[in-house]
Design a protein around this ligand. Structure first.
Ligand SMILES: Nc1ncnc2c1ncn2[C@@H]1O[C@H](COP(=O)(O)OP(=O)(O)OP(=O)(O)O)[C@@H](O)[C@H]1O
Length: 395
């Protein structure tokens, strides 16, 4: 039962909350909609739930026009960030709600409802909590009740809007792992809205990264992180140092470091490279071509150390991440002289107006002799050479 979204547009006043959004979600897939505040995630979810309608575009589910179906007919399970539990009903009554309000013909018998509620509470690890009221539960427990209530109607599609957004960091991590296991057991098609990249990277089969009502990239967490399709994805997912590359003949350089020595960028004369902090290699002894740097500050964050580096050859500082163990082994302290060289970069040529040309982006790796691999990108669909992802699940 593929869910096919085609060219959805939704405007509020003059603002395009959704701008030509197309997306294909495979049966049983866990898809995260990830993006900053106001990027259109909730609007997209509300359209799927039947709480809002686009001005144009189509949604097809299992071969049927989904937008023509009333919200009740869509058979979706919905969970929002703020526990929308009925406060005057017990946990069991909350879970049973969706079944009890069905028409007499569609409503299961009382004993059947009770058995299903018991089974669902067990599934969300809340057996024995049925007689409590929502006020007698923790935030994490309330969200699990909300999920049990959403699952009670045996939905074809589960829609979750920042379900763990109001919980503290540790509970969030526990609950998201629990949710992933539940998803694997149930095999339900799930769309999960979040602005937390870590949550999306850890949970989802695929992520759709949204920005200003558009989908910037759809791909597996690994693709999104390792092969970001646009500068926005580079900057929004993880951290990245941005470098301006200068062209000298057939070469593209930054601070003397050669990122390409082939005329690979066609007529482009400028380019921008993104280098992740973990893709900077540090040495205390000279390395040919490496940038000379001074260690300005060390931020120890448990197993990882974030280093601020001043590089004379570049016009701005760099951030490098190394294992804390390596920091200790190298005996590094503020003021140390280092040699820094990039190992990977994502490079976007710039057009005449200085705008990055996402379609011509290149992945660069140290030691990989030219020609570099070019990765053409199609919107809402990622084609990576022979490896194609299109609505399928790849982990
Ligand atoms: N009912 C509405 N009336 C007017 N503008 C709206 C309405 N709903 C959403 N918008 C606007 O549409 C844009 C997208 O909103 P949406 O809630 O979909 O974003 P979001 O990515 O879910 O953000 P957040 O993470 O903050 O929830 C925003 O600029 C928002 O202000």
């Amino acid at each position: 039962m593929t869910l096919e979204l085609t060219r959805l547009n939704r405007r509020f006043s003059d603002y395009p909350a959704l701008n030509d959004v197309s997306l294909s979600i495979a049966p049983g897939e866990f898809l995260a909609l990830l993006g900053p505040s106001g990027s259109g995630k909730t609007t997209l979810l509300r359209i799927l739930a039947g709480l809002d309608y686009p001005e144009s575009g189509q949604v097809n589910f299992n071969g049927k026009d989904y937008l023509a179906a009333a919200p009740r007919e869509r058979n979706v399970g919905l969970v929002f960030q703020h526990y929308a539990l009925f406060r005057h009903l017990t946990v069991a009554e909350n879970v049973a709600f969706g079944l009890r309000v069905r028409s007499r013909r569609a409503r299961p018998k009382r004993q059947e409802i009770e058995a299903r509620v018991e089974q669902l509470l067990k599934r969300v690890q809340l057996d024995g909590f049925g007689k409590r009221f929502p006020s007698q539960l923790s935030g994490g427990q309330r969200q699990r009740v909300a999920l049990a209530r959403a699952l009670a109607v045996e939905p074809d599609l589960l829609l979750l809007d920042e379900p763990f957004g109001a919980l503290d960091a540790q509970v969030r991590v526990t609950l998201r792992r629990w949710l992933r296991r539940l998803h694997e057991e149930l095999g339900l098609t799930t769309v999960f809205v979040t602005h937390d990249q870590e949550e999306a990277l850890e949970l989802a089969d695929r992520i759709a990264v949204m920005n200003r009502g558009r989908i910037e990239q759809v791909g597996t967490p690994r693709e999104i992180y390792q092969q970001p399709a646009t500068p926005f994805v580079c900057e929004f997912i993880g951290k990245a140092n941005r470098l301006t590359l200068r062209r000298e003949g057939a070469r593209f350089l930054a601070g003397g470091w050669i990122f390409a020595d082939e005329p690979w960028a066609g007529e482009h004369t400028r380019a921008m490279a993104y280098v992740r902090p973990e893709h900077l290699t540090l040495s205390t002894t000279p390395v040919p071509g490496a940038w000379r740097a001074r260690l300005r500050h060390v931020y120890l964050a448990g197993s990882v150390a974030h280093l601020d580096l001043d590089v004379a050859a570049l016009d701005h500082p760099l951030e490098a991440d190394i294992a804390s163990e390596d920091l200790a082994r190298m005996g590094l302290q503020a003021g140390a002289q280092l040699y820094v060289s990039p190992s990977h970069a994502v490079i976007f040529p710039l057009d005449h107006d200085g705008k990055p040309v996402a379609e011509d982006r290149w992945l660069w790796r140290a030691g990989v002799v030219s020609p570099p691999v070019r990765l053409p990108i199609k919107r809402s669909e990622v084609e990576l050479g022979a490896h194609r992802v299109d609505g399928g699940i790849q982990r």
